[in-house]
Write a protein that binds this ligand. Structure first.
Ligand SMILES: NC(=O)CC[C@H](N)C(=O)O
Length: 388
């Protein structure tokens, strides 16, 4: 029995890293094999929002928090219709749910939605491996009989091409355009609808989290969501007062192949433009900057970011494995925010124009709401334009 397995029972799950390292555990949820990039997330809440965040397509998430499962799951907290992350790794068996909002538990939910869970893993050791070698390619397997073809699994992990050069936005975007008019969740009324006509925003869905759309609605926007393949003509035909670029999975450079021409078309107008995460990276690409793959990325809910325009520090929610190379920002584009963990770029703005974006998640879900002001800033820019 490998030293990293924590129980005397026969392991029913295995994580095989491309370099041959093996982590045995106890399988739950769906059975089978999944190949993906392995990342770790340090958030203490929001495992459901993380698993359903479309930006996690192609990634298995190791949770460093020990009580995953403690609030169960419920349909209202889904960031999209079902889990998108390829799998989940935890140290302890999922905690039984204890929450009045829970309608299901994590294990059942993973099984129903076809996602593999691996428990009983030394997640500290695994996290160290992720930090040391950069987010590794892995094959995770769950077999109730505990039969694993180790060589085949390592080979699968080794042969997987990875996220660099991979456009995944096209897989997770909406099939058709739709209107969003739900407001944010608030105690005690839950989700509510916005009343009255608002600011007309077109949001491009590269894998948009629902809470981003809710935050836009809360800030006073009537949001029409368009698929990732929308052209500048499609967007402008709706006569928007502002354009929003969503988060999403995969390599921004690959998605940029079709997104960048659209964004350039919008930049030729005077419209306010706001981007989050993948949207931020693609705005940067459209402005002429470059993006690079990070070692193990940023995935958590307590990342400090400094707003260079005010000197204020915000605690942010993050989920990204690529980053904008600030050295490549052209003249006229300002770096507005930086990560206080590693100095990487966290925000940009065009000088003198209401065009800005951030690498982190002002919509939280999960995480702190320090950066909600960015939605208000976007709305203000549209109101100012209305006022002439
Ligand atoms: N949350 C996101 O939008 C992620 C953006 C991009 N896929 C990255 O990993 O960097």
């Amino acid at each position: 029995m490998p030293a990293n397995h924590q129980s005397s029972e026969k392991p029913t799950a295995l994580i095989a890293l491309a370099d041959g390292q093996l982590f045995y555990g106890k399988g739950f949820g769906a059975t089978g094999v999944t190949v993906a990039e392995l990342v770790f997330n340090t958030a203490m809440t929001g495992y459901q929002e993380i698993m359903t965040d479309p930006s996690y397509a192609g990634q298995v998430v190791t949770f460093t928090f020990p009580h995953i499962g403690n609030v169960g799951v419920n349909a209202e907290d889904d960031e999209t219709a079902e889990p998108v992350a390829a799998g989940l790794v935890v140290k302890w068996d999922p905690t039984d749910p204890s929450n009045w909002r829970a309608t299901d538990d994590l294990v059942d939910w993973l099984e129903k939605t076809g996602r593999i869970g691996v428990g009983g893993v030394d997640t500290r050791r695994l996290t160290r491996a992720i930090r040391q070698q950069g987010a590794p390619h892995v094959a995770i397997a769950h077999d109730p009989e505990g039969n694993f073809d180790i060589e085949a699994l390592v080979k699968k992990a080794r042969e997987w091409k990875g996220l660099v050069g991979l456009d995944l936005a096209k897989d997770v975007t909406c099939a058709q355009s739709y209107s969003w008019n739900e407001k944010r969740w608030a105690w005690p009324e839950g989700y509510s609808r916005r009343e009255g006509p608002g600011l007309k925003v077109v949001a491009i869905d590269y894998g948009a989290k629902r809470n981003i759309l809710r935050c836009l609605a809360s800030a006073g926007c009537d949001v029409t969501v368009l698929p990732a393949s929308a052209t500048a003509e499609d967007v402008l035909a709706l006569n928007p007062e502002g354009v929003f670029l969503s988060n999403g999975p995969g390599d921004p450079a690959a998605t940029g192949e079709y997104a960048v021409p659209m964004i350039k078309g919008i930049l030729d107008t005077e419209l306010p433009l706001f981007g989050i995460c993948l949207g931020h990276q693609m705005l940067a690409l459209a402005l002429g900057a470059k993006t690079i793959k990070m070692n193990h990325g940023h995935h958590g809910a307590n990342h400090p970011v400094k707003d260079l325009t005010t000197g204020k520090v915000e605690i942010t929610s993050m989920n990204h494995g690529f980053t904008v190379d600030a050295q490549t920002l052209p003249k006229g584009v300002q770096e507005t925010h930086v990560s206080l963990f590693d100095g990487s770029n966290c925000g940009i703005a065009m000088e003198g124009r209401p065009v800005f974006s951030v690498q982190y998640h002002p919509e939280a879900s999960p995480g702190p709401q320090d950066s909600y002001y960015l939605f208000e800033r976007f709305a203000e820019a549209m109101r100012a334009r209305r006022a002439g």
